[in-house]
Design a protein around this ligand. Structure first.
Ligand code: ZN
Length: 120
């Protein structure tokens, strides 16, 4: 390569300009446990961290949370019903097996033959 100063290297040797955008991040995470509605400005903010919240996003997030809770409730209710039926079956089986054990013990006691050692 020659030392021709009329030629610049692609994409150029200049440094990048400063980034025109910046994301402001909070130091501490907040799940916004309580909100405050401002009727005058029609905005909402977190009472803990003071963050301005988008009402639609907040409502959508809570709707998804409630929907998941309802689905979980249905699943748990169905599981509970199934487990109660299983416990009822097991209790019947326990009673049946205890009766069978009692019957077998009585039969065993009546069938016992005492064997004595032979006299010398
Ligand atoms: Zn917050």
């Amino acid at each position: 390569m020659t030392d021709d100063t009329n030629v610049t290297r692609f994409p150029g040797q200049a440094e990048l300009p400063p980034c025109p955008m910046e994301i402001k991040r909070r130091d501490n995470f907040c799940n916004h446990p309580a909100i405050r509605l401002d009727d005058h400005s029609r905005t909402m903010e977190c009472t803990t961290c003071g963050a301005a919240l988008d009402p639609y996003d907040f409502l959508r997030s809570n709707a998804a949370l409630l929907q998941n809770a309802w689905q979980s409730h249905t699943i748990v209710t169905d599981d509970l019903k199934r487990l109660r039926e299983r416990v009822a079956q097991l209790k019947k089986e326990e009673v049946r097996l205890k009766g069978r054990i009692g019957t077998l013990k009585k039969k065993l006691e009546s069938d016992v033959v005492v064997v004595r050692p032979a006299a010398k």
